[in-house]
Design a protein around this ligand. Sequence first.
Ligand code: ATP
Ligand code: MG
Length: 577
Amino acid sequence: MTPLSRRYSQFFIPTLKEVPAEAEIISHQLMLRAGMIRKLAAGIYNYLPFGLMALKKVEGIVRQEMDRAGAIEVLLPEVQPGDLWMESGRWDYYGPELLRFRDRHNRESCLGPTHEEVVTDLVRREIHSYKQLPIILYQIQTKFRDEIRPRFGVMRAREFTMKDAYSFDIDEEGANRSYELMYTAYGAIFRRCGLKFRAVEADTGAIGGSFSHEFMVLADTGEDDIVSCQNCPYASNLEKAEVRGDDSKATEAEKELQVVDTPGIKTVDEVTRFLSVGPEKLVKTLIYQTEDGPIAALVRGDHELNETKLKNVLKVQELAMADPETVFEVTGAPMGFAGAIGLKVRKVADFSINQMSNMVMGANEEDKHILNVNEGRDFQVDGYADLRLITPSDPCPRCSGELRFGKGIEVGHIFKLGTKYSKALKATFLDKNGREAPIVMGCYGIGIGRVVAAAIEQSHDENGIIFPISISPFEVTILPLELHEARVRNVAEDLYQHLSDLGVAVFLDDRDERPGFKLKDADLLGIPVRITVSIRTLESNSIEIKLRSRPDLRLAPVDMAPKAIREVVQGLYDSLK
Ligand code: ATP
Ligand code: MG
């Protein structure tokens, strides 16, 4: 008997009839109901056999595609010395997601949330020459991140399995090639897992570095906002999406400045209603505190400032909304009445401000706004930049096509790191001319459990999971509906044996239960091919084949069944290519 097949009676799948109250999203509900996972503590889960099998399937695909791309598997420890993190500078930077503790010798330690430090340390010890490069190392291993809000089951857990890979090259060009290799491998992995996804341009966040893509599974319950072009391949994280700057100047004739009373009127909504003007006539003057002192950022009333963009434009590390005292110092007025006229601090404005004339803004005086403000005549900015979040009415920054806004689940993330870690940890090599240079790095992650959850989030119906065959714990499930009938039992047993011998992973529901009960569980578990053997199908000497993803049934003669079923299985794999 091949180890791929199992009998329900000798397996462990504790299914649940009720929808568990703790689960907000469908994949979490179904993973609990299908007996795949159980919670131990917040964000910490047991994988039960059915869940573990799906996890292993994803791991298998990831491993194959990593190996195919030339990456080499290692296994690095989960417990990491604090010293290394101090060396890279992240001990202080990483924040409370890094779970820290001391060992019995009072040494600072942590549970690895990611492995740049450890892998760079390994490479700096073992690799010294350009002849040993390039190399891509990967592992499939447990990560711990003390997430502030673990939720959605294994989707955002504290302890989770990640595939992480790290590339090491002699130069930028090589690093780009490694990045391309991983980009291609990621596409192949997620396609083979049956996911509908987009690779989006992303911000580099806490890992740092210069360039990155996120692989997003399109799903309404996703936590990330993404924009994608309907016309070209452009797709981006909302946070990162560029707004195309427009150089056209305002054309309206400039009117005379006019101060108006606006008692207690502060927000964009209040001002537009009170003065009967559209928010596109309004300018928000936002005062921020940075390590270089306070600054003012100007955006149109109906636009949202993007703090990441502002931070990049200002080239500052720290950026926070100024407190009321600072606002008062800078503007001479309480919050809600800031305007650009007469401000002594650095002023940066979003590109769209350039096209505005006769603007409305705060008068830097309590309970007053000012009308007909014009840049150049009444105030000057220190520079224009792309400072705002993109909106649905903006064109695609690449092709001017129409944008679609949607939600996504981030299943993978690839980064070009450059020399950030190799410089900090002194991972260098000798080049052809015997000169020492820092290794150029990249890093590449996939959340294995999150892939399983995302696949279920994307593929289910009201009765349960609809597994893509590539990640399904079993390929075929056989349901003998009347176990007490010898013929039904024998045909099912024969088929189980025969298919298993052919290498098909079969799950035989050999429990002595009512047909309706078995059919319900089969729908819940979502194994893609269901075979029923019953007194009725045997009347025509047949078995019934049904795909979990389709409503139609078909009969196949008992003696032709193994071949017919194998073809159906193969067809499902082919559809994922
Ligand atoms: P997120 O923005 O969702 O927190 P991240 O940017 O912190 O993700 P990375 O550091 O890039 O994630 O980690 C690589 C991959 O690990 C992610 O693409 C995701 O699939 C997975 N992952 C990250 N955090 C978790 C988590 N808490 N639970 C499960 N998987 C996770
Ligand atoms: Mg995170």
